[in-house]
Design a protein around this ligand. Structure first.
Ligand SMILES: Nc1ncnc2c1ncn2[C@@H]1O[C@H](COP(=O)(O)OP(=O)(O)OP(=O)(O)O)[C@@H](O)[C@H]1O
Length: 304
């Protein structure tokens, strides 16, 4: 989300959560609503400490809902798809959550992701969204910054916009699930509120993640909206030219992306179709490096 953080200058004291003492250290990052610090528990294990002031646009009820959804998912998550929620401390002005610490995010490693890693993270992301969806949770803000990495494995973080659903197919209004604009599906970018299905949103955002990882860059349309030039070009499905950011995407990924980043929801790939796609099923191999040849990690790749 756009950074409108009010508590940029916040400092935290030593705190006790669930009987354990935590010492906050350096600031790790700032989102629109909170500031995240590195911290240590009394055993010197590293944790992340997320501080959020209660504000008119981030009420106590909203923050506590974020905590409860994240805690519930973390408790039933056997495969390790979600950053673990360790505990929470509330006071009249703020809510503080203690979380498992992840040293990197997909955003922080962009530029040096190999095709084998891209496939691994994409597979883990699809398993993660399937897990959340089957537990009736819509995350609503999947983005490279909210997908963290711990010991080389992807972990879904930031449940600040997450919603609980009565059923897997419960629809809700597009205006209730606007996350990071680049990662939002076209039905969410529409000006008028329209009913949306959570799994279609998950699929679209995962596609933008795959597109950016494959390119090793954040290049994308600003929003999936008519009259946004790059998006219009994507929808027109014309043969890409060198100026189109998807020009160098390999055919196997491109075939899948065309099915995922499909504006028509009735034609958009389902999670099952993604899992049955050749790209998902067939293991990627690192390209053999030849001296002088452009490699993926150099950021420039020959088209194949
Ligand atoms: N568990 C964690 N371990 C390490 N770093 C983290 C952790 N959680 C969050 N961060 C860092 O802090 C940043 C902000 O955290 P988070 O996204 O939870 O805050 P937010 O205010 O809800 O953000 P947003 O504006 O994206 O909604 C992240 O982008 C990430 O860099």
């Amino acid at each position: 989300m756009e950074n409108k953080n009010f508590d940029f200058d916040v400092t935290l004291d030593v705190m006790t959560v669930g009987g354990v003492q935590y010492t906050p250290e350096d600031r790790l990052g700032c989102g629109a609503f909170g500031t995240v610090f590195k911290g240590r528990d009394s055993d010197q294990s590293t944790v992340a400490i997320k501080h959020q002031y209660i504000r008119p646009d981030n009420s106590r009820a909203q923050i506590l809902e974020e905590y409860r959804i994240h805690k519930d998912m973390s408790e039933v998550d056997k495969a390790g798809s979600v950053i673990k929620m360790i505990g929470m401390l509330k006071n009249p002005k703020s809510v503080i959550m203690v979380l498992e610490f992840a040293p990197e995010s997909l955003h922080s490693i962009l530029g040096k992701v190999t095709s084998v890693q891209t496939q691994k993270y994409f597979r883990q992301l699809i398993h993660g969204v399937e897990f959340l969806h089957s537990n009736h949770v819509a995350h609503c803000d999947l983005s490279l910054k909210n997908l963290l990495l711990l010991e080389g494995n992807l972990k879904i973080a930031d449940f600040g916009r997450a919603k609980r659903l009565m059923s897997k197919d419960q629809e809700f209004l597009s205006t209730e699930c606007r996350g990071t604009p680049k990662f939002c599906a076209p039905e969410v970018c529409a000006r008028e509120p329209v009913p949306v299905k959570p799994f279609s949103l998950y699929v679209w955002s995962s596609g933008v993640v795959l597109m950016q990882l494959t390119q090793n860059s954040e290049d994308s349309w600003r929003e999936a909206k008519v009259q946004v030039q790059e998006y219009d070009k994507w929808v027109a499905k014309k043969k890409p030219t060198g100026s189109d950011f998807w020009y160098n995407i390999p055919p196997a990924v491109m075939n899948l992306l065309r099915k995922i980043l499909e504006a028509d929801i009735s034609k958009r790939a389902t999670i099952i179709e993604i899992k049955n796609s050749p790209y998902f099923k067939k293991d990627e191999k690192e390209p053999i490096k030849r001296s002088g040849a452009a490699t993926r990690s150099s950021g420039k790749r020959a088209r194949y």
